[in-house]
Design a protein around this ligand. Structure first.
Ligand code: ZN
Length: 213
């Protein structure tokens, strides 16, 4: 009786290709359709994982290509091997990065062959509102990749009992507006980065502080 053995194909076409992008530099392009939830490409086929407290991890973060994995490790891509780390940002992305295990780029809405695979960087800056201009070309492009928190924003936030950060209506409205945008593109996780940045700005250290939103 023959077992239902899978025959390994002689060769397989990569599901993506890496080439020049109209958005910026090199990008990732689909060679076949992807459905929501499909893994499109590993974040970094060749990588190293180092402890998040390692000075090397801190230095590598300057490249903006590192990923924090499981709150403990930093994934540093070997940039001699293309991977999901080449994905460009879009204000209307069709994929998202997941940083658990080795990190991967996963489809968040249907992608057709030839489409550029884009993610939402979710960068949060401090007193640099125009730091990262966006050229994604999406109809609802925000104009900038980064969301900026200024010292004035921080003045609208308050530390309660030395451990929680609350905010007044002015800041709450601004964050709710961005939160609604993030929700509309399925990128709610970015709110965590905003909360963390705000907490750091208020206390200059994260410690065990909990943000109230
Ligand atoms: Zn944009």
């Amino acid at each position: 009786m023959s077992k239902n053995r899978r025959v390994k194909p002689m060769f397989s076409l990569s599901p993506v290709e890496f080439r020049d992008s109209p958005i910026a530099g090199r990008g990732v392009f689909a060679r076949r359709p992807f459905r929501t939830g499909d893994v499109v490409v590993p974040y970094a086929p060749r990588q190293r994982k180092v402890d998040a407290r390692d000075p090397e991890a801190v230095a590598a973060a300057e490249t903006k290509l590192t990923l924090l994995s499981e709150q403990r490790f930093v994934i540093i891509p070997d940039t001699s091997v293309p991977g999901g780390w080449l994905c460009n940002h879009s204000c209307h992305p069709n994929a998202a990065i997941f940083s658990d295990r080795e990190g991967r780029v996963q489809c968040t809405r249907p992608i057709a062959p030839g489409d550029e695979v884009t993610i939402f960087y979710g960068w949060v800056s401090h007193n640099e509102p125009e730091r990262d201009p966006c050229r994604c070309g999406a109809p609802r492009c925000r104009g900038f990749i980064n969301f900026d928190l200024s010292d004035e924003d921080a003045a609208h936030a308050h530390v309660v009992e030395g451990r929680r950060v609350t905010m007044d209506d002015v800041l709450a409205r601004r964050l709710a507006e961005y939160g609604a945008f993030l929700h509309s593109i399925g990128q709610e996780q970015v709110q965590e980065a905003i909360a963390n940045t705000l907490v750091r700005m208020k206390l200059r250290k994260s410690g065990s502080v909990v943000c109230a939103f």
